[in-house]
Design a protein around this ligand. Structure first.
Ligand code: ADP
Ligand code: MG
Length: 330
């Protein structure tokens, strides 16, 4: 049995604005097991990036942890990283035990900073001799099919696919247990997407990274690489299950809608017909009452407007938040 690497307990992370707050992650609980890949899906604005940042305590105002906690297993003990400051977690864990490839990372590299500088910076923050880490980086660049010479170049000299490979090489240089990749393939062409996914899986196989959170719009990608799928809607987890089970039989109508609206569906999904979910996700300042999906849900019942469904385990390994599967509906 593998153990959990991260425990996320009732986390609420809100953007506190002047006289309102955006409830971007609202009472979310789940565990990241050792050696698993979790694919996180949901439409834009559902809180996926906020959740990614919460996982490594990258909390920058106006984002605020309003409740709950995140426990990260380090040297066999769970550290409550959500009670530490961002700087404390950064110094102790970032790059070393947990790494984030932020959304649009490959386009956010500073054009005037050579790639080697990022490696030197990483060495400096963890007290590692620069030359030692640069040597490791050259090796790692080769592993991801980049000429080590590129370390001496500026990001703008590399193509998008190369930049993203440089990003993952540097993000995983110190073999972090947890890698969070926020839409790392969304801006890549199909060929580079494939290359990137292959690299990611190879890094997991070699034990360079243990567990991966992979945020994407692309369900086909999740099917290829992930063990479990976490479906987010309007700051909530709607469903979390092994990928195969979800694809075979999505339980939450939102999950079903997402699977059905895949643009290039695979056969099993396609035969259910392509439809899209009508409407758009709600604003999270005043989200809908009850189940946040109820205004768009084709199967909504009166209880859905009144009460909030809890995320409950309805069969081994399958959790869903929906009154269709809950006894509370009676
Ligand atoms: N800096 C911010 N200030 C205020 N609201 C924000 C900020 N960043 C994100 N949000 C809001 O938080 C919600 C979740 O956003 P995000 O986590 O980026 O979703 P996703 O990654 O799923 O697209 C959205 O409603 C978004 O508008
Ligand atoms: Mg995002």
């Amino acid at each position: 049995m593998s153990e959990s690497l991260v425990k996320i307990e009732n986390i609420r992370a809100y953007y506190k604005l002047k006289n309102r707050e955006v409830k971007a992650v609202d009472n979310v609980s789940f565990e990241i097991m050792e050696n698993e890949i979790i694919g996180v899906v949901g439409e834009s604005g559902c809180g996926k990036s906020t959740l990614s940042n919460v996982l490594l305590n990258n909390i920058i105002k106006p984002l605020t942890i309003v409740g709950g906690r995140v426990l990260f297993k380090s040297n066999g003990e769970y550290v409550e990283i959500s009670s530490l400051t961002r700087e404390e977690v950064r110094e102790r864990f970032w790059g070393k035990e947990m790494s984030l490839i932020p959304q649009s990372a490959m386009n956010a590299l500073m054009p005037t900073i050579k790639l080697s500088k990022y490696v030197e910076h990483l060495a400096q923050s963890h007290g590692i001799p620069k030359n030692e880490l640069l040597k490791k980086a050259r090796k790692r660049f080769e592993d991801v099919d980049l000429d080590p010479q590129w370390l001496n170049r500026y990001p703008f000299e590399l193509s998008g696919g190369m930049r993203q490979r440089a990003v993952i090489a540097i993000a995983t240089l110190l073999n972090p247990q947890l890698l969070i990749a926020d839409e790392p393939t969304s801006a890549l062409d199909v060929v580079n997407q494939k290359v990137f996914l292959k690299i990611l899986l190879e890094m997991k196989r070699q034990g360079i990274v243990k567990s991966i959170i992979f945020v994407t719009h692309d369900i086909a990608t999740i099917r290829q690489i992930a063990d479990r799928m976490l479906v987010m809607y309007a700051g909530k987890i709607m469903e979390i299950s092994p990928v195969d089970k979800i694809v075979e039989k999505p339980l939450n109508p939102y999950t079903e809608g997402l699977l059905n609206s895949v643009l290039t569906p695979e056969p099993e999904i396609k035969k259910r017909g392509i439809t899209t979910i009508p409407g758009t996700p709600p604003n999270l300042i005043e989200p809908p009452s009850g189940c946040r999906f109820h205004p768009r849900c084709p199967k909504a019942m009166s209880v859905c407007k009144e009460k909030e469904p809890k995320l409950v385990e309805i069969e081994p390994q399958r959790k869903v938040a929906c009154f269709l599967y809950s006894e509370e509906r009676a």
